[in-house]
Design a protein around this ligand. Structure first.
Ligand code: ADP
Ligand code: XUL
Length: 515
């Protein structure tokens, strides 16, 4: 059997697959907010960050790892697992001291991970993908390289606030002593993999592309970007690697404490979006995937690394080889939740009202669906900007927020030049039929949903099986079949309305951003 883990913004999840019978053998999850309330991070990050800072406590991820394996070991015989792969929320970084590697190698199973590794962190908290605090550092890196186009050509993205390079630069400037005490910088993915393997694990090409540090053509750290980011940075990173090549076995801590075989191999972990590409069965070009998680993302496999001229979209490594595009919308579920709470509604009411509302106004009722700083487009919105011709009832507000989210997504994915012929939908909000139908209507494309709740953890499990000799595309065919009854067809009578709505949305957005 093969285990995939996903350490995402709000939870740590596991999926165990058995390719011999094509079944998911088990799954499990730890929700940071609900299961580890002592961290006070109800949505997975430390609330109240100033000046765009959004950090999480890496100790919470360690506690989650212990709790998840405790639960899994009570439910499944973990000695049957041969390979483990995994993924993490992208861009988030963890800073460890010299002593971390030795501590991870010699963990005492009678004590917790946090007790033994917490003190080996050289930075108390980890900046995560929601952080928008590094505007100055992005400008500095861009000018050192001679312009945004150069940064984009090398790394697949212009310098971006949440990307790890600008975050590392800010840390090195604001806390030089902490930076000097840092022996190694991990992404969330490589941090969890290193703890599991009890040895330093490299960053993989997929997640490494979200740092503004990896040269996509060379698949290695870019010396100019390293130099422009922080002094001595190259020495704090291991050479990047493929997530398909195992680099160790689980440490004695995990085999003794949770009964995993000591010969179980561990792969470098990748990013949650690259893992989702696998879990959605979309590693070969042709499918578009929309994930409605904490953030909403839009992604697709690409043979060539095409880049977004506006600089909002990104190019990442595809775990199966080649590339993938990724566009991230920060106001995803968080905006949907904000409106839900404002209206005192629940998801079922949300679903019902979204389905019940009728689009008859051809883009007269519009919402710019941003409850806070957005990254696509990059702008500090504070509250949604609305333009209602009709009485703003709860139903209209819900529908208009959702329409705004998907119009914004359609607008900002045009650069890829792919008409979405079929959309595979995933993430927590994808099970909401009202939301899923709106995606089909706005994009005027059929929407398929897969049975599995967590595509990143499933993708990681498939990567683990591929590392163990199974064919990745073959595995996708077995495990990533959309549920037939889940197919939603677009209401084609709305095509004209949404085309007008897109034009009006574009105008409202331009007016709002340009004042
Ligand atoms: P992440 O992987 O980023 O932690 P998930 O993909 O697990 O996020 O999605 C979690 C989000 O899904 C929650 O924050 C919640 O807002 C949303 N969600 C869960 N159930 C529903 C539902 N029935 N309708 C709409 N949104 C939902
Ligand atoms: C991608 C991004 C998010 C995180 C968290 O660029 O910032 O999708 O990976 O899911």
């Amino acid at each position: 059997m093969f285990l995939g883990l996903d350490s995402s913004t709000q939870s740590l999840s596991a999926v165990i697959i058995d390719p011999a019978n094509g079944q998911i053998a088990a799954s499990g999850s730890v929700n940071f907010g609900m299961d580890l309330p002592d961290y006070g991070a109800s949505s997975g990050f430390i609330p109240g960050g100033k000046n765009g800072e959004v950090h999480a406590d890496p100790r919470m991820w360690l506690d989650a790892l212990d709790l998840l394996f405790k639960r899994l070991s009570e439910a499944v015989d973990l000695s049957r697992i041969e390979f483990i792969a995994g993924s993490g929320q992208q861009h988030g970084s963890v800073y460890v001291r010299e002593g971390f590697d030795e501590a991870a190698m010699n963990l005492d199973p009678s004590r917790s991970l946090v007790e033994q590794l917490g003190k080996e962190l050289s930075r108390e908290s980890s900046p995560i993908w929601m952080d928008t605090s590094t505007g100055v550092e992005c400008v500095e890196i861009t000018s050192a390289l001679g312009g945004a186009a150069e940064v984009c050509a090398r790394s697949g993205s212009i310098a971006v606030e949440r990307f790890t390079g600008p975050q590392i630069r800010k840390f090195s400037k604001t806390d030089p002593a902490g930076y000097a005490a840092t022996a190694r910088i991990h992404l969330v993915s490589s941090f969890i993999a290193s703890v599991l393997a009890g040895k330093p694990m490299p960053i993989d090409f997929g997640d490494g592309s979200g740092m503004n540090l990896l040269n996509l053509a060379e698949l290695d750290w870019d010396s100019k970007l390293l130099a422009a980011t922080a002094p001595g940075l190259g020495a704090k990173l291991l050479p990047p690697a493929s997530c398909l090549t195992p680099q160790g076995t689980v440490s004695a801590y995990f085999s003794t404490k949770y009964g995993i075989s000591s010969s179980c191999r561990v792969c470098p972990f990748t990013g949650d979006n690259p893992a989702s590409l696998v879990g959605m069965g979309a590693t070969t070009p042709g499918q578009v995937v929309i994930s409605l998680g904490t953030s909403d993302t839009f992604f697709a496999a690409m043979a060539e690394p095409k880049t977004d001229p506006q600089g909002f979209g990104h190019v990442f490594g595809n775990p199966a080889g080649g590339f993938m595009s990724l566009i991230c919308f920060r106001n995803g579920s968080l905006a949907r939740e904000a409106l839900r709470d404002e209206l005192g509604a629940d998801w079922s009411a949300f679903e019902k009202e979204a389905l019940a509302a009728t689009v008859d106004s051809a883009g007269k009722n519009l919402t710019l669906p941003f409850y806070g700083a957005e990254i696509t487009p990059r702008h500090d919105f504070e509250i949604p900007v609305t333009h209602f011709s009709d009485e703003p009832t709860p139903a209209l507000r819900i529908r208009s927020l959702l329409e705004g989210q998907f119009l914004n997504m359609k607008l900002h994915s045009e650069w890829m030049g792919v008409a979405a012929e079929r959309i595979r939908l995933t993430g927590g909000a994808s099970k909401n039929d009202g939301i899923a139908q709106l995606v089909a209507d706005v994009f005027q494309a059929p929407v398929e949903r897969l049975d599995v709740a967590n595509s990143a953890a499933l993708g990681a499990a498939l990567i683990a099986a591929a590392a163990g000799g199974h064919d990745l595309v073959g595995l996708e065919g077995i495990f990533c079949k959309p549920a037939a009854e889940s197919l939603l067809l677009p209401d084609t009578s709305l095509a004209g309305n949404y085309s007008t709505a897109l034009t009006n949305f574009r105008k409202l957005l331009e007016q709002t951003i340009n004042g």
